[in-house]
Design a protein around this ligand. Structure first.
Ligand code: AMP
Length: 335
C-alpha cells in the first residue's frame, strides 16, 4: 500500500512472492527473514536484509520521500500518531491474527490465548481501541495525509471484516475508524485498489472452500447443546464450580452419591473427545487439572473420572464432558 502511495515502480522495488523463493520455510527465504514470516525486504544498494513491516515501511517511507506523512521527523506529533497506531497493529493485533485463519494450531499460536474464542474476543477488543488513537478530523488515520498507520491497519481490517463473520462475530469498530475504513474502501483510489486485491483474494479462497476446513470456525458443527444452554443459564443447573474455561454441576440423574459433570464453557467444536485438536490441548488439560479439586471440594477421597466417547460408550450429550463419580464402592472393570 505504501509502495502504491509513493508510486514506487518495479524497477525500484520488486515484489516477489515467498513461493518464488521456495516458500516461507525455505532456506532461501529464511536467509532474508529468519522468522519465516512476511514481509521481508532485501536491499540491493545497502546490502541489508530487513524483516518486519514497520521497519520496512519507515525505511521505504524515508527512501522514497523527502518528508511528509510517511517520513515525519522524529519527535513530531505526526510521527507520534503514526508510530502509535502502527505499533498498536504490530503488537496487539498481528500476533493474534492467526485466530482468523489458522486451522488448528498448537500451543501458543494465538498469542497467549488458550482458545480461538478467547483470541477472537481480544482481537475484537483491540480493533475497538484503534478509535482512541485515530484522528477525528481524518480523512486518514493520522490526519490529512496517508501514513504508515493506514498502510499497517487497512489490509488487516479488510481481512478482519471478511473473516470475523465466518466465526459468528461482528466486525465492529468505532465511528471514526469506520468512517476512515469506508473512505479508503470506496473513495481513495489506492485504498480501493488494496481493497480489491485483498478482498478479491479472500473471495477467491472462499470460492475454493479454503475456509471450510478451519476447525472451529463459528459453531457450524451443531446447534447449541444442552450443556451450552446450561452455561448460558437457559437451563438451570446446580453449579459446584466455575471459572473462565469450565463449569462443574451436579448430574441430574446421578449414578452414585456424588456425580458431577465438568464441561468446557466454550465447546469450540469439541463435541466429543475424538474431535480434540491441538487448539483444545489447553482446555483439556484444564479440565483434568480441575477434576481433582472439584472431587476434593465434593468431599471425595476416591473417585472415578470418566469420558464417554460415542453413543456405543454411553455418550448422550455431544458437548465434551467429564463425569466425576464417587461416594460408593466403584467396581472394576466398569460395565
Ligand atoms: P453422557 O451420557 O456421557 O453423554 O452424559 C450426559 C450426562 O448428562 C448424563 O449423565 C445425564 O444424566 C446428564 N444430564 C442430562 N441432562 C442434564 C441436565 N439438565 N442437568 C444435569 N445433567 C444432565
Amino acid at each position: 500500500m505504501l509502495l502504491y502511495y509513493k508510486d514506487v515502480t518495479p524497477d525500484d522495488v520488486a515484489i516477489v512472492s515467498p513461493m518464488d523463493l521456495g516458500g516461507l520455510r525455505s532456506d532461501e527465504y529464511l536467509a532474508v527473514n529468519p522468522q519465516g514470516k512476511m514481509p521481508a525486504l532485501a536491499c540491493r544498494d545497502e546490502d541489508e536484509l530487513v524483516p518486519e513491516s514497520d521497519t520496512i515501511a519507515r525505511f521505504l517511507g524515508g527512501k522514497f520521500d523527502s518528508g511528509g506523512a510517511f517520513a515525519p521527523p522524529a519527535g513530531s506529533t505526526l510521527a507520534l500518531k503514526a508510530d502509535r497506531l502502527a505499533r498498536h497493529h504490530d503488537i496487539y493485533l498481528a500476533p493474534i491474527q492467526g485466530c482468523l485463519y489458522k486451522a488448528s494450531p498448537a500451543g501458543q499460536a494465538y498469542g497467549a490465548f488458550p482458545t480461538r474464542a478467547a483470541a477472537l474476543d481480544e482481537f475484537q477488543a483491540q480493533l475497538q481501541l484503534i478509535e482512541r488513537y485515530a484522528d477525528a478530523g481524518g480523512p486518514y488515520l493520522c490526519g490529512p495525509e496517508p501514513s504508515q498507520a493506514d498502510c499497517a491497519l487497512f489490509p488487516t481490517l479488510i481481512f478482519a471484516a471478511d473473516m470475523l463473520p465466518k466465526f459468528g462475530r461482528e466486525f465492529t469498530v468505532g465511528p471514526i475508524t469506520k468512517k476512515w475504513f469506508e473512505m479508503l474502501k470506496t473513495s481513495d483510489p489506492i485504498g480501493r485498489r488494496i481493497y480489491e486485491e485483498v478482498h478479491g483474494a479472500l473471495e477467491g479462497w472462499a470460492a475454493k472452500g479454503r475456509w471450510d476446513t478451519i476447525h472451529g470456525a463459528g459453531l457450524r458443527d451443531a446447534e447449541a447443546t444442552l450443556f451450552d444452554k446450561i452455561v448460558s443459564g437457559d437451563i438451570p443447573s446446580e453449579k459446584v464450580y466455575e471459572d473462565d474455561l469450565c463449569l462443574a454441576f451436579k448430574d441430574v440423574a446421578p449414578c452414585a452419591p456424588v456425580h458431577i459433570l465438568l464441561i468446557p464453557k466454550h465447546r469450540n467444536d469439541l463435541s466429543q473427545l475424538r474431535k480434540a485438536q491441538p487448539e483444545h490441548v489447553g482446555v483439556l488439560g484444564h479440565l483434568m487439572a480441575k477434576a481433582g479439586a472439584v472431587a476434593e471440594a465434593a468431599g471425595l477421597d476416591d473417585y472415578r473420572v470418566v469420558v464417554n466417547d460415542g453413543e456405543g460408550a454411553g455418550q448422550t450429550v455431544f458437548h465434551l464432558h467429564v463425569h466425576i463419580i464417587g461416594g460408593r464402592e466403584l467396581s472394576w472393570p466398569p460395565g
